[in-house]
Design a protein around this ligand. Structure first.
Ligand SMILES: [Zn+2]
Length: 411
């Protein structure tokens, strides 16, 4: 009676998250609690982790599909449950049941949600179109946005830099390194300062759905549950995976969070908060990685980091990825590096300032409008009203550190 979708397409078009949410609302409306959000999230995780197999269905005679699949139990992997759902051809989920202990009609167990997420993914990917008639799109090369240049044209000399991921890197070669950046870095200024905005980044997590405001929709709750209530090991995993900036995961992680560069705008705002939120959202959707200055900045940052490592052999320095605040997980930052010196941990922050005329720093502080450094009686320090200062405070807060090594370079 059942047909496998591998042989017969399940022609259910337009089934999406909204239809799952509408079904879940039946539960929250009748019980008055929102615990169903947790099971929706678990269902999505089971689906993403490939616990579901053999999606199959019965062709509707009375205007509704009966759709089922096998879902392996998360703990006892050899045990399988069979959630079954009745879905109208207009995508409305009528009801569901499951062979697990809490699967009586109407069932809202995680296996039912695994099934519904599978149907949604099936529909989103348009797998009901015959596979051979569809042009495959998943590994076609994308158009390049930047024009590659030989490094001679960029730096005037061929690079001997072998890249940070090469473990056979010859550190001895650094002494003779003669790229412009390394000549100029003798003028670096080191500013060391203490945390002044205490944000207790304690080691705990799981905000818990009970703490949500009352007026949140299930869709918003699900979003918060999926993205903002991760435990520490998950956060560490994200940080590790996003070390290479501009990776898709790094971009997506930043898109759904407030990051260091937003902080000053938020802290200093006194009205029109809706407009501010809209403008932050707009900026998040822009891809700036193709701008040469941005790419050039990332490139230089790498040289400075390598220089710092070479100059401080007693320290362990590593690149950092997207660091998410363990409690307020809608806040994140991307520090330039993490330094371990003895038992002390601190952040590394690198700022490359374009100064081709080699103007002395003190003069720059006076002349350059909106400069990130100030000169107070001959003592140069970070401007505490500068966006950059707020950004670093945010980096310290998310990483629960109190100190930052600040390297400013001129080139
Ligand atoms: Zn179940």
């Amino acid at each position: 009676m059942y047909k496998s979708v591998l042989e017969n397409p399940l022609c259910l078009e337009g089934f999406e998250l909204q239809h799952i949410l509408e079904y879940a609302e039946n539960f929250s409306n009748s019980t008055g609690n929102n615990s169903v959000v947790t099971r929706m999230k678990q269902g999505l995780e089971l689906y993403n982790d490939k616990f579901l197999s053999d999606l199959r269905f019965v062709i509707p005679e009375d205007g509704k599909f009966t759709i089922t699949a096998d879902v392996r139990a998360a703990m006892k992997k050899r045990v399988k449950y069979q959630p079954v759902s009745e879905v109208q051809t207009d995508c409305k989920v009528l009801q569901a049941q499951c062979t697990c202990a809490v699967g009586a009609v109407p069932a809202y167990c995680k296996h039912v949600f695994t099934l519904l997420h599978a149907i949604s993914d099936y529909s989103k990917q348009k797998l009901y179109a015959a596979p051979t008639a569809k042009l495959q799109t998943w590994h076609q090369p994308k158009a390049m946005k930047t024009v590659p240049l030989p490094c001679q044209e960029v730096f005037g000399k061929p690079s001997t830099y072998e890249g940070p991921s090469n473990t056979n890197f010859n550190w001895g070669a650094l002494k003779d390194f003669s790229l412009p950046i390394f000549d100029a870095c003798m003028e670096s200024v080191e500013a060391k300062y203490k945390l002044t905005i205490p944000l207790p980044a304690v080691a705990c997590s799981n905000i818990g759905i009970n703490e949500f405001p009352d007026d949140l929709t299930l869709r918003k709750m699900l979003f918060i549950n999926m993205h903002y209530s991760k435990d520490l090991s998950e956060l560490h995993e994200i940080e590790k995976k996003t070390v290479e900036q501009k990776s898709l995961e790094w971009q997506n992680g930043r898109k759904i969070r407030l990051t260091g560069s937003n902080i000053k705008d938020i802290v200093t705002r006194v009205k029109d908060f809706e407009n501010l939120a809209a403008s932050i959202r707009r900026k998040k959707d822009m891809d700036i990685s193709f701008i040469p200055a941005v790419a050039y900045g990332i490139q230089n940052e790498e040289y400075v980091r390598q220089w710092y490592i070479a100059k401080n052999p007693q320290c362990v320095v590593r690149k950092t990825g997207l660091v998410i605040h363990p409690v307020y997980q809608y806040i994140a930052a991307s520090p330039d590096g993490l330094i371990k010196s003895g038992d002390d941990y601190m952040l590394l922050e690198i700022k490359c300032i374009f100064n081709p005329k080699n103007i002395p720093l003190i003069e720059l502080c006076q002349k350059r409008v909106g400069f990130c450094l100030v000169n107070t009686d001959g003592k140069i320090s970070l401007n505490k009203n500068h966006k950059y200062y707020y950004q670093i405070q945010c980096q310290l807060a998310v990483s629960n550190l109190k100190e930052c090594k600040h390297k400013i370079f001129f080139f």
